[in-house]
Every structure is written in C-alpha cells, then in structure tokens.
Design a protein around this ligand. Structure first.
Ligand code: G3I
Length: 323
C-alpha cells in the first residue's frame, strides 16, 4: 500500500512528517521501526531535545545529548529535519527566565545561544522554528524575557541572528490557534509585517494545528487563512497537527469526524500554493502530550495506541492519492 510521505510528494507537497519523542524512539522498538519508514514519514522534528532548557541548561554550557537523538535518526534514514525551537517563552532554563536583563545583556545571551545551537546543526535543518508562540490567544503580545526586554524588536533581532548563524535553512515563525482566523491570526500577520518592515529575513509561518474533533474549521476556511500569509510573500506549513477528541474513549462515529477534520487540514494545504508540508505532532496515541495537558481528552493522532492505522490515516491517504 502507498505511504503518506510518498503520496504527499506525488500530490505536490514537499514532505509529510512527524514529531518524534526522544525517549520513545530509544525505548520502543515498534515505534522506532515506524519512525524509520521514510516513505511513510519523510520528515522528522525532535519533540523536545532542541529546546533551550535541554541545549543550554546553564549559561554557556551546551549539551547536545538529547538534541542529537532525532536528527541522527533523520540523517541515517535520509529524512528531512525540521528544527524546533530557538526563541520561546516555554521550556526556558531558570537562568534565562529569572535573569534580570537589559537589551545588551539579553542580546548577547540570544546571540550565543542561537550561534551555538544553529551552528551545531548547521546544514542539517531544512527549517528552523526561530520564534515560537509569541502571541496570546486574545491577540496581545505574550510576555517573556524577550518581549519584556525588547518589545517587538525581538522579532527582527531573532531572525537576523538566525540568518547569520545558518544562512541556508528556512526561518519560521510558529504558533497555535492561528487556524481560526481571529485576533491571534491578525497579530501573527502583524508580526510578519514587523519583521519584513525591519528588513529582516523570514521565510515561513508554521500553523501548529492543535485542533479539536468537531470544531476544526472547514477546508476552505483554513485555506483562506493560510493565504493571508502566503500573500505576504512567506510560505506556510502545518507543523504540529493533532486533533483531539473532547472526550475519550472516542466512539466510532467520532473517529469518522476526526478523519474528516484531518482531511480538511491536509486538503487546505493542497489548495494553497506556498503551503509546503504537513507535520503531525507524533503519530501514535500511545505517546502524546495531549492527555497530560487536557485531561479527559485525547486519541488525537493517526495511529491508535496499538499502532493500528485509524480512519484519519485512511482519509489522509485517500485524499493525497486522489490529488
Ligand atoms: O525530560 C523530563 C524528565 O527528565 C522528567 O523526569 C519529567 C518529569 O516531569 O519531565 C520530562 O520533561 C518533560 C518533557 O516534555 C519530556 O517528556 C516536561 O516535563 C514536559 O513539560 C514536556 O512537555 C512537552 C511540552 O511541549 C512542553 O512545553 C511535550 O512533550 C511536547 O510535546 C510539547 O510540545 C509543544 C511544542 O514544543 C510547541 N507547541 C505546543 C506543543 C504541545 O504543547
């Protein structure tokens, strides 16, 4: 049977991929064997290893033990690598979070971090999420050491530092809940404009796609929202899709709704020139951040917890095969 990445490439996308958990890929043979199947998953992204708390837990002390796990798998298999994430308010080590910074000191901290991490992975990353989640759901700028010190100047600063550290990777802004085309989406458009007006480089916007079964926008509404960004001259991608059931265990009919929701998301990418690829945030319900963060919800992925393909897998593959 045809496989998702192959089908996606035949349908005109650059890749179909997944986030890979560092401990799952090391400890679970069934999981690892599926991750290694590059015709199914042509692109990988480390779920946690490249984040700041993992790569620079103490100032100036860099550690790539965890960060290298997934990139090494991708390299061995010949899969594309998305890299994630450089400037983010979450999973920051305490020394960054609680430091008292001025522009000069924080700029130097960001420069050292970005140079070191992007330098370590230089040439290996197809995309880098340079800034992650800088906007609140209500459409205001999110407080962080970066925003609190620089205001919106940290946007262009981050992209400039990233470009200098690795000129050959595509530089992304990445966020969730952009799919609903509301205040947060407006603010993300503003962010792209701010970076562009400053003359700084930005290549893409990542739509994370953490969605809910039955409340996922239609294919055409999603495509309209993606086009708000491609019309600014940047590409877009779905970077972290999962579509959770609002209550679990799910019913058979809810799994059909989920399959339809997945098809709408993938279909919207096919409809938009400049939507380059699809990444699911994991693939098996055996491992997902969702139930831990939203208790009582879950089963958000395309394989069940016994590694069987779900209706969502079938709807995606049929859609891609028909395109
Ligand atoms: O590795 C430690 C382990 O040593 C420790 O014993 C354990 C105890 O809590 O924690 C482990 O770290 C956890 C880490 O995942 C690895 O499993 C953290 O507590 C936990 O907070 C962390 O959660 C991750 C979350 O980002 C953190 O914000 C999820 O796995 C990861 O899926 C999630 O991914 C984010 C994207 O990066 C950005 N967009 C949203 C997405 C979902 O929240």
């Amino acid at each position: 049977t045809a496989q998702l990445h192959q089908l996606a490439v035949n349908a005109g996308l650059e890749y179909f991929g997944i986030a890979v958990g560092e401990s799952a890929v090391q400890q679970d043979t069934t999981y690892r064997n599926l991750v290694n199947d590059k015709r199914e998953f042509g692109q990988l992204v480390p779920e946690n290893g490249q984040k700041w708390d993992s790569t620079e837990p103490n100032r100036g002390q860099f550690n790539y033990r965890n960060a290298d796990i997934v990139p090494n798998v991708a390299k061995q298999n010949g899969q594309l690598l998305r890299c994630h994430a450089l400037v983010w308010h979450s999973q920051l080590p305490g020394w960054v979070n609680s430091g008292s910074w001025n522009r000069q000191t924080l700029q130097s901290v960001m420069e050292v971090h970005i140079n070191n991490v992007m330098g370590h992975f230089k040439g290996a990353c197809y995309h880098w999420d340079v800034i992650n989640e800088a906007i609140n759901d209500d459409g205001t700028w999110r407080p962080s050491p970066f925003y609190n010190t620089f205001g919106t100047d940290f946007f262009a600063l981050s992209f400039r530092l990233a470009k200098a550290a690795d000129p050959d990777t595509k530089l992304y802004y990445n966020d969730y809940n952009l799919e609903y085309n509301q205040a947060k989406t407006d603010k993300a458009v503003e962010l792209v404009r701010i970076v562009q007006a400053a003359g700084a480089p930005i290549d893409g916007v990542g739509f994370q796609g953490h969605l809910i079964v039955g409340s996922t926008p239609s294919r055409s509404a999603l495509a309209t929202t993606l086009r708000r960004f491609t019309s600014l001259g940047v590409e877009v991608a779905y970077t972290e899709i999962d579509i959770r059931h609002p209550s679990v265990p799910s019913s058979a009919s809810a799994r059909v709704t989920q399959a339809n929701d997945y098809a709408n998301v993938v279909g919207s990418c096919l409809d938009v020139a400049g939507c380059v690829g699809i990444t699911i945030w994991g693939f098996t319900d055996k491992y997902s951040w969702v139930p831990g963060t939203f208790p009582g919800t879950g089963e958000a992925l395309i394989y069940d917890s016994n590694f069987n393909k779900k209706p969502a897998w079938t709807s995606i593959s049929s859609l891609l095969a028909a395109s």
